[in-house]
Design a protein around this ligand. Structure first.
Ligand SMILES: CC(C)(COP(=O)(O)OP(=O)(O)OC[C@H]1O[C@@H](n2cnc3c(N)ncnc32)[C@H](O)[C@@H]1OP(=O)(O)O)[C@@H](O)C(=O)NCCC(=O)NCCS
Length: 177
């Protein structure tokens, strides 16, 4: 499925990039913030990659588009093909930042794209004065748990049924300073 998504969206991203006056260096990754024109893309991607694990995400997508919910959202591209996305929540009432979603399309995993998005999350969290970064990962995505543990996160809690009945979620935290 990744192949189709990425190829179809090639022309779409070309248009948006032109509109935003963004230049992309061939072969280089670039991340850009979500814009309202991304609504359809987000519904499409979430339907395939996020909803099977986390259920209906319409509210979250609308928050991303409207800029509500204290979320900073980025899409990652290379050569106008989407590679992944990142949503970071920086709640003014919390002393930590939270990765709401960090996702690399399966076709583009193992190429450093997850690390690239995580670096953005860490830098942004520091920029907003947060000394900790948290993330919640599902037992249904063991690769995500392994990835964050390998990147210096520590598991502080596990909760069953947080998002999906009978499924355990692991809450991981990384100290940034
Ligand atoms: C976890 C995920 C982001 C990793 O993305 P990626 O682009 O493959 O990661 P990278 O290529 O940057 O790999 C980074 C490191 O993690 C390691 N790694 C990646 N996948 C791994 C896996 N399945 N098991 C163990 N280590 C793994 C790599 O070996 C690499 O190590 P290195 O830095 O020493 O070379 C990706 O698998 C994914 O999107 N999974 C689903 C995420 C998800 O469920 N998100 C929702 C909750 S936020």
């Amino acid at each position: 499925m990744d192949v189709e998504v990425s190829d179809i969206l090639f022309f779409y991203e070309l248009e948006i990039r032109k509109k935003l006056h963004l230049e992309a260096c061939p072969g280089q990754r670039y991340a850009r913030v979500v814009v309202p024109e991304d609504r359809q893309l987000l519904y499409y991607l979430f339907q395939d990659f996020i909803e099977p694990v986390y259920g209906d995400q319409s509210k979250i997508i609308e928050e991303w588009i409207n800029g509500t919910g204290h979320k900073k959202v980025f899409l990652l591209f290379r050569d106008d093909r989407i590679l992944g996305f990142l949503s970071l929540k920086v709640n003014p009432e919390k002393d930590y930042a939270k990765i709401s979603t960090l996702f690399v399309l399966s076709r583009f995993r193992g190429e450093g794209n997850g690390s690239f998005l995580l670096k953005i999350a860490e830098n942004l969290a520091c920029t907003f004065g947060r000394s900790k970064l948290s993330v919640t990962v599902s037992e249904e995505r063991p690769e995500a748990r392994d990835f964050f543990l390998a990147k210096g996160f520590e598991e502080i809690k596990s909760v069953k049924g947080m998002y999906k009945e009978g499924v355990t979620e692991y809450i991981l935290v990384k100290r940034l300073v």
